[in-house]
Design a protein around this ligand. Structure first.
Ligand SMILES: [Zn+2]
Length: 135
């Protein structure tokens, strides 16, 4: 709805790997993302295959694509070692990644079972704690 005054995020050292009529395949650190040219905001210096430069995206879009780390601003470098997932509120998860994973413990599908178990254990112990407080 509100398009004016959208917060933007600047991503440096972006390489355009491929180009089609519809989108650019951008390499951002070790990520490859298709981004429609209409997503590029003023200040972007990449536009076609082979370009290396700065990509400016709306903060909202960057968050959707997992590119904005917590509190990302034009001057804040992206933290490549933080989890690529998003939190419930739509902001990037800032928890460090697990080894050999793009996600933190909470968001890694590989640990889903493990996590459920530990969360159940946590819920039990906090319920017990609450019980004590009300007694
Ligand atoms: Zn996470």
């Amino acid at each position: 709805m509100e398009h004016e005054n959208e917060k933007t995020v600047e991503i440096r050292d972006v390489t355009v790997m491929r180009q089609t009529d519809l989108a650019l395949l951008c390499r951002i650190e070790n990520l490859h993302l298709w981004i429609a040219p209409s997503r590029l905001q003023p200040g972007s210096t990449v536009a076609r295959k082979g370009d290396v430069g700065t990509l400016v995206l709306t903060h909202r879009f960057a968050v959707e694509r997992g590119l904005a780390s917590c509190g990302a601003s034009a001057n804040a470098p992206r933290r490549p070692t933080s989890c690529e997932s998003l939190r419930k509120d739509g902001l990037a998860c800032c928890t460090p990644r697990r080894h050999d994973s793009r996600f933190c413990f909470r968001h890694d599908p590989a640990t889903a079972n493990e996590r459920q178990t530990s969360e159940a254990r946590l819920a039990n112990s906090s319920a017990r704690r609450r019980g004590k407080l009300t007694q």
